[in-house]
Design a binder for this molecule. Structure first.
Ligand code: PAF
Length: 295
C-alpha cells in the first residue's frame, strides 16, 4: 500500500519503519522537512529512507497515518485534505479524545479510522528510533466508511503485532484515556518514571483518579468496572515502569502537553453530566499552571 505518515515523532517513526519493512511504500509528511528525504534507523538495524513532503505521494496515498500530538492534528491535516482523493483512508493515532470533533466536516468524505496503541517508542534524534515497549494496537471505524476498513488491522498486525479491529473503538479510547489521566499528569508533575507511581505515596491519588474516570465512563454508557480498570492501570504502569511518559517529557522539555485532550476532555464530559472530578480537575490546573509559567 502507499502510506504517508503525518508526523515523524517516536510513534510515527516506529510505524514508518515497521510498515516499510513489511513491504509498503511509505513516505513521511513533517512540518519542518529539511530535505526531500530522511533516513530513519529502527533499533540500530538497516536505515530506512523515506521521501518527505511529496504532494505526489499524498495524492497516491491509500492511507494517511496521523501520529502528531493531539493539539497538532487540526493544523496538520486540514491543509492536506485538498490533495487527497476521497478513497484515502485517514487513520488517527494520538493520545486523548475530542480531536476529531474539531476537524472540518470535509473529513467525513474519507474513511476515518481511530487507533490507539500501547507500544513504547523513543526517538533520541531525528535519524534514530527505538522500540522501547512491546504493546498492542486497536483500530476501529469512526464514520460509516471507516467501519468498512477492518482489513487495516491485518495490515497493521503484519507490520507491528499485535493489532486488532474493534467494533466499539470508543470503549478502547476511553480505557486508554483512563490510563493516560493517571499516568501522564502524575509523572509530569512529579517528573518521575511511570513505575514510580506504584509507590505507596501515589496510591490514594491513583485510586481517586480511576474512580472519577469510571464514574464519567458509566455516565457515557461505556461498560466499565472500576476494580478492573484500576488493575489495568497498574498493569500498564508495571509494563512501562522504566518509561518516561509523553507528558513527563513534554514538561521536561517545556513543550505544550496534551492535557486538554486527556484530563481536559474528561473534565468537560464530567461537567456535561454534572459529575465532580476534583482530583482530575486539580491535576489539570497544575499542568496548565506549569505550561503558563514558561511564557
Ligand atoms: O503517553 C504515554 O506516555 C503513554 O500513552 C502511556 C501509556 C501513558 C505510558 O507512558
Amino acid at each position: 500500500m502507499n502510506i504517508t505518515i503525518l508526523g515523524a515523532g517516536a510513534i510515527g517513526s516506529l510505524w514508518a519503519c515497521r510498515l516499510a519493512n513489511a513491504g509498503h511504500s511509505v513516505s513521511i509528511w513533517s512540518h519542518k522537512p529539511e530535505k526531500s528525504d530522511v533516513s530513519i534507523t529502527l533499533d540500530d538495524k538497516n536505515p530506512n529512507r523515506f521521501i518527505t513532503n511529496s504532494v505526489l505521494q499524498l495524492k497516491n496515498a491509500d492511507v494517511i497515518l496521523v501520529t502528531v500530538k493531539a493539539w497538532q492534528v487540526k493544523g496538520s491535516i486540514s491543509p492536506l485534505l485538498s490533495h487527497l482523493t476521497q478513497e484515502t483512508i485517514i487513520v488517527f493515532m494520538h493520545n486523548g479524545m475530542g480531536v476529531i470533533e474539531e476537524l472540518p466536516s470535509t473529513i467525513d468524505k474519507h474513511p476515518v479510522v481511530l487507533a490507539t496503541t500501547t507500544h513504547g517508542a523513543f526517538k533520541p534524534d531525528k535519524h534514530n528510533v527505538h522500540h522501547t515497549g512491546l504493546g498492542s494496537t486497536t483500530l476501529g471505524g469512526y464514520n460509516h466508511l471507516g467501519h468498512q476498513c477492518q482489513f487495516l488491522s491485518d495490515v497493521f498486525d503484519h507490520a507491528l503485532p499485535s493489532a486488532h479491529w474493534s467494533d466499539s473503538i470508543n470503549t478502547a479510547l476511553w480505557n486508554k484515556l483512563a490510563i493516560s489521566c493517571v499516568i501522564n499528569p502524575l509523572t509530569a508533575i512529579h517528573q518521575c518514571l511511570n513505575g514510580d507511581l506504584l509507590q505507596e505515596k501515589y496510591s490514594t491519588n491513583v485510586v481517586q483518579l480511576v474512580g472519577e474516570v469510571s464514574t464519567v465512563m458509566k455516565a457515557e454508557n461505556i461498560e466499565v468496572c472500576s476494580e478492573a480498570l484500576l488493575n489495568t492501570v497498574h498493569q500498564v504502569i508495571s509494563a512501562t515502569a522504566k518509561n518516561h511518559s509523553s507528558m513527563q517529557q513534554d514538561i521536561q522539555y517545556k513543550r505544550a502537553t496534551e492535557i486538554g485532550y486527556i484530563t481536559g476532555y474528561l473534565c468537560k464530559v464530567a461537567q456535561r453530566h454534572r459529575i465532580n472530578v476534583p482530583t482530575n480537575q486539580d491535576l489539570y490546573s497544575r499542568i496548565r499552571t506549569i505550561e503558563q509559567s514558561w511564557s
